[in-house]
Ligand binder design. Structure first.
Ligand code: THG
Length: 806
């Protein structure tokens, strides 16, 4: 038997059969009877129709199973047996020279929220039907006349779960621009290509001339072979008010031949066509060859919702993925999500769509929120109201899967990290659902820093993806924006990496823009400059707040400069009434700078406040030589100085870099003084504090700063690092007889793990004080898990530690 997959790739044009309904009626099908049930009673009639089409020159027969699904057939019919019988009938005529397509039509139901059925139920219905078709020996599964993208997707997923056969999906479009449920021909093509559907096309609805318009709208990104089956003209009502199709075989054939110009490889007929139409078609096509469609719209990736596509790529405009539906730092949103309410989340959706975000990120990771339940529920709520494709943002693979089962298009999966097991779990799922995904170059708790490290991590992940057979059009790389205030070259490595992804791998990149400016003032300024730099290197999308006008200004300006906004059309539309912000008044720029002047600190206090690392040791030596006592230096100068720094930080005069610099300066002074202090102070005991970032969380910048500050304030700090299991923390408490444990977590998803440690301490009968910290910690959360103190910054953390010892 010839292989249908080979036929898909060769240069030939193939012919499907024509309509069956009218034909069967003329051969005895009673009005109102299911053609499939009739087929069971009169296999001879079905065979005769198949035979007529083979005689007319069809290369592919479709089985008499268009309405062969459970909801259409009812409970009394053996669905699998019927489909198997019908497939066997077609096979008996097709022999081993003609292909058999297992026809799968609409169920007559809609998937939620349009209808009552869940997507999973729809898939189960199709699995049953397809099982029978496969048993009967079909060569491909052929979804026909679908008018809902969700239903078409259900056919594809059912086929993939049941068999390994190629899948063809043919949609019916009410108009050249959309099907009944609002999907455009191009979005249909995008979604099917994402899913790896081997053959796609359109049938029914109208005659060849109208269908040609639909095909033209599919062109921009079409690279797959097309299947086209037009009706015999537009339906008309005859004198008995019956629908009739009057287009004769020759004009039908003449008009259908034009389909070859736009990539058709398989041509047949739909309602009102018969063997003569197919015969005429074959004659008209003659020995013309298939012309593979070449997409004109150059892009690397496409996201789709039910109705819309968003193209991502080097020749495409930068795409804002709206970040606001994310509990980080949003108390009202967290409280609502915990109760399963979405008012606040929907407000963020509305606001971001209005601000022009083409894609919305959806993240519900917060303590006491069941993501597996909440993520799909919110996803559903959003896509029912907004057509922007979504980015499903979760570290919980079960939650991602649950959301994929609900979504009617091919959304962005954010993300697949290098954590062991992630690619194995999510890769095949994304492939099956045709969901593009973000590859996050983080392995376990390791954050690659240099460009080379990032390249190595992503190379390995790409290898894994290749092994699973994931096509490159589904992969986008997170370039990993790290914080420049703690790692000054972080952004440069990121820029190098973006270029590498583009030039060496032809892969689009994305990043969470705001990470870069953490700990600095005027974050929007840095974020928008960083955006421009990234765009210059080839970054394609970014997760950010679309309400920021500064960001939009930077984005749309860059699009003009990168020649992706022809005649500056978009730029002019957005900014024609823009007014320059102009002068230097209002706190910005000249004269307003409060950054410390580092030059020439001539005393210890100033040196610490100014963060004068180079001078501090010399100053300590000078003061010692002058006869000052080590304790006097600490208590009289150094501690007051770092307190002053803390105050400046709290009043937002200082930011993270200054805080770090001062802390390091202080540390240098302490190192110099340490041996002398120990001599002088004898056996004065320091209080021990155990510090750790909890298991599952790999953020340690904040915790490291707290450690530094605590040491500076005379604590004996034992830093267990990041991603530390509760068991290890408790062990360290016992071993070092610590008075306090400090737990850190940055993410709302990991802060819940703090409770593990508290519970374990209680279990072991230890009454060690626990203080917790992190950007998203609140007093309410602290009380709810039974911690003794909390803070969201390093200066306050020291105060809390001191209070806990009183
Ligand atoms: N890469 C990928 N996905 C990501 C990130 C990334 N998803 C999450 C995050 N990073 C990007 N999203 C956000 C969302 C919110 C904030 C920052 C990044 C944020 N929120 C404010 C805060 O914490 O103060 C809340 C203020 C407000 O908006 O009300 O900053 O890097 N692939």
């Amino acid at each position: 038997m010839p292989d249908f997959r080979k036929a898909l790739g060769d240069g030939r044009v193939y012919f499907f059969d024509g309509g069956y309904g009218t034909f069967l009626q003329s051969r005895g099908l009673p009005a109102g009877m299911s053609p499939e049930v009739f087929g069971l009673e009169r296999p001879d009639v079905i065979k005769s129709v198949h035979q007529d089409y083979v005689d007319a020159g069809a290369n592919v027969l479709t089985t008499n199973t268009f309405g062969g699904s459970r909801p259409k057939l009812g409970a009394d019919v053996d669905v699998i047996a019927l489909n198997r019988e019908m497939a066997l009938l077609a096979r008996s005529i097709a022999g081993d020279t003609v292909f058999v397509g297992g026809s799968v039509g609409p169920t007559g139901h809609f998937v939620q929220p349009l209808g009552e059925m869940t997507f999973k139920e729809m898939v189960e219905i199709y699995k049953e039907q397809i099982q029978g078709l496969v048993e009967g020996g079909v060569d491909l599964i052929l979804g026909e006349t679908h008018f809902d993208l969700a239903e078409a997707r259900a056919v594809v997923i059912a086929a993939r779960e049941v068999c390994d056969l190629p899948v063809a999906i043919s949609m019916t479009f009410e108009s050249p621009s959309a099907c009944l449920t609002g999907t455009s021909p191009l979005t249909f093509v995008d979604a099917m290509q994402n899913m790896g559907v081997e053959l796609m096309g359109t049938n029914c609805s109208a005659g060849p001339e109208q269908i040609f318009e639909v095909l033209k709208n599919m062109q921009p990104r079409l690279s797959s072979p097309l299947l086209v089956e037009a009706n015999a003209g537009l339906p008309e009502l005859d004198e008995n008010r019956n629908t009739v199709f009057r287009l004769k075989p020759e004009p039908f054939a003449e008009q259908s031949v034009r389909f070859l110009e736009v990539g058709a490889k398989f041509i047949g007929g739909c309602c009102g066509t018969g063997p003569d139409h197919i015969r005429a078609l074959r004659a008209a096509v003659g020995d013309a060859r298939w012309k593979r469609p070449v997409p004109q719209d150059d892009c690397q990736m496409v996201l789709t919702s039910r109705g819309e596509s968003v193209a991502i790529g080097f020749e495409q405009r930068g795409v804002i993925i709206g970040e606001r539906i994310n509990p980080t730092g949003k108390k009202v949103l967290i409280a609502e999500l915990q109760k399963g309410q979405f008012t606040e989340a929907m407000k963020f959706a509305e606001e971001q769509v209005t601000a022009g975000a083409p894609v919305l990120d959806v993240n519900v990771g917060a303590p006491m929120v069941d993501e597996v339940q909440t993520l799909p529920a919110l996803t559903k709520e959003i896509f029912a109201q907004y057509s922007a494709p979504l980015s499903i943002d979760s570290t919980n693979p079960d939650a991602v899967e649950a959301a994929l089962w609900e979504y009617p298009g091919t959304p962005l999966v954010n993300s697949i990290s290098g954590e062991p097991g992630r690619m194995e779990r999510l890769g095949p799922l994304c492939k099956k659902f045709g969901a593009p995904f973000i590859l996050l170059p983080i392995i376990g708790s390791k954050l690659p820093f240099t460009c080379e490290e990032r390249i190595e991590v992503v190379s390995n992940l790409l290898k894994q993806a290749d092994e699973i057979g994931i096509p490159r059009r589904l992969i986008m790389v997170d370039a990993l924006a790290l914080t420049v205030s703690s790692k000054p070259t972080a952004a440069r490595h990121c820029l190098d990496f973006i270029r590498h992804c583009k030039e060496e791998w032809n892969l689009p990149t994305v990043l969470g823009l705001s990470n870069v400016s953490f700990g600095l003032p005027a974050r929007e300024l840095l974020n928008s400059s960083f955006l421009t730099l990234c765009q210059g290197q080839g970054m394609c999308a970014f997760i950010a707040n679309p309400n920021s006008s500064r960001l939009r200004e930077a984005l749309y300006s860059a699009e003009v400069l990168l020649a992706r906004d022809p005649q500056a059309e978009q730029f002019i539309e957005k900014f024609s009434d823009w007014t320059p912000s102009g002068d230097n008044s209002g706190g910005s720029g000249v004269g307003g700078s409060k950054a410390p002047d580092k030059s020439g600190a001539d005393n210890l206090f100033d040196a610490v406040v100014k963060g004068d690392r180079g001078n501090i040791v010399a100053l300590v030596e000078r003061d010692l030589e002058a006869g000052r006592k080590p304790f006097e230096l600490v208590n009289g100068d150094l501690i007051p100085a770092i307190m002053e720094v803390g105050e400046k930080y709290e009043s937002k005069e200082y930011f993270l870099p200054q805080l770090l610099q001062s802390a390091e300066t202080l540390q240098k002074a302490f190192e110099k003084l340490k041996p002398l202090l120990e001599e002088e102070g004898g056996d004065q005991e320091k209080d021990t504090i155990i510090m750790a970032t909890v298991e599952g969380d790999i953020h340690d910048i904040g915790k490291n700063i707290v450690c530094l500050m605590l040491r500076n304030h005379g604590f004996n700090v034992i830093d267990l690092g990041k991603d530390v299991p509760a068991e290890n923390i408790v062990k360290a408490v016992q071993e070092h007889q610590a008075k306090i444990v400090g737990l850190s977590a940055l993410m709302t998803t990991t802060m819940v793990r703090m409770e593990d440690t508290i519970n374990l301490l209680k279990e072991r009968g230890l009454n060690t004080k626990v203080m917790i910290g992190g950007a998203v910690i609140t007093g309410g959360f602290c009380d709810s898990i039974g911690a003794d103190g909390w803070s969201t910054d390093a200066v306050a953390a020291v105060k809390v530690a001191k209070q806990l010892l009183q």
